[in-house]
Design a protein. Structure first.
Ligand code: FES
Ligand code: FES
Lengths: 157, 784
């Protein structure tokens, strides 16, 4: 496919890139924009390491075509440090030891972000549901669930 | 007065923020000017003579800069840490589907991928030996040096197990089997090699758990001096023992390309490639016999185990060692025979994986123990309470346990209590008798003792080193080559340096792992990071204090007496100085406060011939307990709760310790119930190459009530009192679940093969239903 101009809002800033619309969104982020925080663990939509937020919804960017980024609003892990909610989630992950090897962490944080945007007071089961598409081999999930629960409580204050 | 210590506190991980912000650099995140992207080409046969590899077409493809095959390796063609039997690039033979026959390097990944499709080979097929049984019966040798395909044998002998079995009042005999398990680190392997423009030197980045081993291989195979091979592991996205030989093979290949092209070269495996090429947990088949007296005293234990080593020897002999010596469990039994045999096949090779040969043996042994307990009319906890080791007992391998607190009974009680085991065992046993009940409940418990460090099969070779330098600003810079793989090791190392120097933690800095800066230290494997790293740190701290004391003597005279370093202060005689002042004094006299610390595990008294003695220097004690529900209509197993209690010596960082246990329980749950590579014992192929069919537990599968329990007793045999937890945290987990499922299904040992998937559970459920119908019919006849 020939390259086209793609314009979108990424982490609250406008971007235009010229790229192949048939590429994966994950590759546009990592290769065209050099944003390496979004990870690839499987390439088939099963691990959630590549999770980003596209128009308010958590998506696995390895399954999204670049063309779908046209005019979209996108958030990635790189946008979290300057985001009030994102920052709190990150703090709770760090304090709660929800980060071990860390390869899954950006994906979990993005899933948590999408959840808290939609439902600021989730139950533990709702949290577990929201992160069910993210695999973690290190933490056994409970510290992650704890961190998201704590982030929700902190933000509610 | 007990002085305040950094140890025992929840110190935040030093790398947590970088990971949470997405800035931590993993192997595949590296981009360099002029860097080549590589693609491996894998064998299309599981066993064949490799007659020719055709690369001509690929070489002409757009963007291709270099294609390498086995012929291009200038030095030794094979690598391996213990036995050099593995081609990094196959030369004349392929031995499994993960062998690499060529690598393409191109300007872009897409170009490399396209070109790789044009490479093909001529093979002469050889019979495929897809199981240890086939390999032992075949006269074809996978490796000519091992004509019978047996590449490792380890035994344990204590007392006379045959005689004791003859005399035993109660005997059980069982057969259990386990399967291939994937490490499933979330980050697939990625390695980048960067050549020096000045000399024959290469710097390697990426996902590497054992950089010093890899350095030796590159030295031998690419003919460059060891000092000119520099490993700087990137942030590692999980390993669990898995990023050693496979990462090393990839490092050898990209280093070859980098040196030949004078350009940086990177290979990043897809998940399918990672699963295809990487080594796995050993499948093991066990034959076990246990004898006991009527009162429940265990008198004899025999365990024969056959391990599938796959195509390369890799770590199979030491894995067999641990299966043989740790597989016999933490029981007080006088007559023991254990023999583990590792057999080469054409399957994926098998090697280090968290637990290293024991999750399998614990599964087999603990289920057998339950069978025996049932036969004796005892509950699982009653039997274990009676037979577990106590202080002063002799371990099943012959180790007199008089050197630390043997806490396994206490550890078991705490795990059992956490799930209310004793009450539930009675209740569920009763309620499961109701033939109308379709969802059955069960509880299971399993125990282990894990040797810390390599063990006696590596007697004399188990050493760690560290370089610590006190800087002029009184910061303490530490360079240690034990790699962080997500377990928190580096943070713990800093805590130990602060403790060793008696200073506050924020004085301590830690360099990134770099083999050109840290002395060779062996790998971060075998439950050795905390204990050996700690020993080396303690040694360096002792030397540093002597150097600083020398400065004090120069200034205050030779008779300053004893100097103590505590609370960031240095005290002697009347004096009470800040650490900064003491460092200033040393530098003022032109001293060099830098030291290399070395710690080698003492040689233990193990007689390999006899199979008797002290197989390890120290041990961690563990018990996992699990509660499950089993649906007889669907075969589904729902894990209700797991508890993991551990005594890893001193708990250095409680939050990290709990993190290991949460993760370990979950890894064991996956192994017990769902993880399956879809291996064919005809073709030796594995079919589940990605997470769409290699299923891992998700947040929805793991009980939210899982409970880690820390029961630490500082170990006098360890510098900072800590032993190990990473491996213990997973080793008994699969066994506890298996015991619980079998209990729910009405009898210990109902299912004998892992994983306990839907089909296997359904098979037993159908037997139960058949039995119920037979019982109902005979009851009806009786009535009539
Ligand atoms: S890489 Fe996209 S879900 Fe795994
Ligand atoms: S922290 Fe390693 S995979 Fe989640």
């Amino acid at each position: 496919m020939s390259n086209i101009k793609l314009s979108f809002i990424l982490n609250r800033k406008p971007y235009t890139v010229e790229t192949d619309p048939g590429k994966r969104m994950l590759d546009v982020l990592r290769e065209d924009l050099g944003l390496m925080g979004t990870k690839e663990g499987c390439g088939v939509g099963e691990c959630g390491a590549c999770t980003v937020i596209l128009n308010g919804k958590a998506v696995t960017s390895c399954l999204v075509l670049a063309g779908q980024m046209q005019d979209a609003e996108i958030l990635t892990i790189e946008g979290m440090r300057d985001d009030e909610i994102g920052r709190v989630i990150q703090e709770c992950f760090v304090e709660g030891d929800a980060v071990q090897c860390g390869f899954c962490t950006p994906g979990f944080i993005m899933s948590a972000y999408a959840l808290l945007m939609e439902n600021p007071t989730p139950t533990r089961d709702e949290i577990r549901h929201a992160i069910a598409g993210n695999l973690c081999r290190c933490t056994g999930y409970i510290p992650i669930t704890n961190a998201i629960e704590k982030a929700a409580k902190t933000l509610a204050k | 007065m007990k002085r305040p210590s950094t140890l025992g506190k929840n110190i935040e991980r030093i790398d947590a923020w970088a990971k949470a912000e997405g800035t931590a650099q993993y192997g595949a995140d590296i981009r360099l000017n002029n860097m080549l992207f590589c693609k491996n080409v894998y064998s299309e046969r599981a066993h064949a003579k490799l007659l020719a590899v055709h690369i001509g077409e690929a070489e002409k493809m757009p963007g291709v800069v270099k294609v390498v095959t086995g012929k291009d390796i200038p030095g030794a063609k094979m690598f391996g840490e213990l036995f050099r039997d593995q081609y990094a690039l196959a030369c004349d033979r392929v031995r499994y589907f993960g062998d690499v026959i060529a690598v393409v390097a191109a300007e872009t990944q897409e170009q490399a991928n396209e070109a790789a499709k044009r490479i093909y080979a001529d093979y002469e097929d050889l019979p495929v030996l897809a199981s240890p049984k086939m390999a032992m019966e075949s006269d074809i040798a996978i490796n000519p040096e091992y004509p019978d395909n047996i590449c490792g044998e380890v035994h344990v002998n204590k007392g006379d197990s045959e005689a004791a079995l003859k005399e035993a009042e109660v005997i059980v005999k069982t057969n259990y089997k386990t399967h291939f398990v994937e490490h499933a680190y979330l980050e697939p392997e990625s390695v980048t090699a960067v050549p020096s423009p000045m000399r024959d030197e290469v710097t390697v980045y990426g996902s590497m758990q054992a950089p010093y081993n890899a350095r030796i291989s590159i030295h031998r195979m690419l003919n460059i001096p060891m000092s000119q091979i520099i490993f700087k592991p990137s942030t590692v996205g999980g390993s669990f023992g898995g990023k050693i030989e496979t990462a090393e093979a990839n490092a050898i290949r990209v280093s070859l390309i980098a040196l030949l092209t004078k350009r940086p070269a990177q290979v990043t495996l897809t998940r399918d490639e990672s699963i295809r090429e990487s080594y796995k947990r050993h499948p093991i088949e066990f034959d076990i016999e246990i004898g006991a007296k009527k009162d429940g005293t265990m008198t004899a234990l025999r365990m024969l185990s056959i391990l599938d080593a796959g195509a390369y020897i890799n770590m199979s002999p030491p894995v067999a060692y641990k299966t043989a010596v740790l597989g016999v469990g933490p029981y007080n039994v006088d007559n023991v025979h254990s023999c583990s045999t590792a057999v080469l096949t054409n399957n994926n090779h098998t090697g280090s994986m968290r637990g290293f040969g024991t999750p399998q043996s614990i599964f087999a042994l603990e289920n057998t123990i339950d069978t025996l307990a049932a036969k004796l009319g005892m509950t699982p906890t009653e039997f274990r309470r009676k037979n577990l080791l106590r202080n002063g007992d002799v371990s099943p391998c012959g180790h007199l346990m008089d050197f630390h607190e043997v806490s396994i009974v206490e550890v078991m009680e705490k795990a059992a209590e956490a799930i209310d085991f004793d009450r539930k065992f009675k209740q569920y046993k009763e309620e499961n008798k109701d033939p109308k009940r379709r969802v059955r409940r069960g509880v299971g418990i399993s125990t282990s003792m894990r040797g810390a460090s390599v063990g006696a099969d590596g007697n004399g070779f188990d050493v760690a080193r560290v370089l610590i330098e006190v800087m002029k600003d009184a910061s303490i810079h530490t360079n240690i080559g034990l790699v962080e793989i997500g377990q928190g090791l580096r943070t713990v190392q800093m805590m130990m340096v602060a403790e060793g120097m008696g200073v506050k933690l924020d004085r301590v800095t830690l360099g990134e792992t770099d083999t050109s800066r840290s002395p060779a230290t062996g790998a971060c494997i075998a439950s050795r990071g905390t204990m050996l790293g700690g020993g080396a740190i303690a040694d360096a701290c002792r030397s540093l204090k002597l150097i600083l004391n020398q400065g004090l003597s120069m200034k205050y005279g030779d008779d300053i007496g004893e100097v103590t370093y505590e609370d960031d202060r240095v005290r002697f005689g009347e004096y009470d100085l800040s650490f900064d002042e003491v460092v200033d004094i040393a530098y003022g006299y032109n001293l060099t406060p830098a030291a290399i610390g070395t710690y080698a595990i003492p040689i233990t008294d193990w007689d390999e011939e006899k199979g008797y003695g002290e197989p390890f220097y120290s041990y961690t004690y563990s018990c996992h307990a699990a509660e499950v529900e089993v649906d007889l209509d669907t075969g589904a197993v729902h894990v209700v709760k797991m508890a993991g209690c551990h005594d890893p010596g001193r708990i250095i960082n409680p939050q990290f310790a709990e993190g290991q246990i949460y993760g370990g329980l979950t890894m064991g749950q996956g192994m017990a119930l769902i993880e399956d590579l879809g291996h064919s014992d005809k073709t030796a192929a594995i079919s589940n190459l990605n997470f769409n069919n290699y299923l891992l537990p998700t947040a929805m599968d793991v009980p939210d009530t899982n409970e880690p329990i820390l029961n630490g007793h500082p170990d006098p045999r360890s510098a900072f009192g800590g032993r190990s937890l990473g491996e213990p945290a997973t080793e008994p987990a699969a066994a506890a679940i298996a015991c619980a499922v079998n209990m729910a299904l009405g009898k210990p040992g109902a299912i004998k093969e892992l994983p306990f998937n839907l089909e296997r559970v359904m098979e037993i459920a159908q037997e139960i239903d058949k039995q119920r119908d037979v019982d109902a019919a005979s009851a009806a006849v009786d009535k009539a």
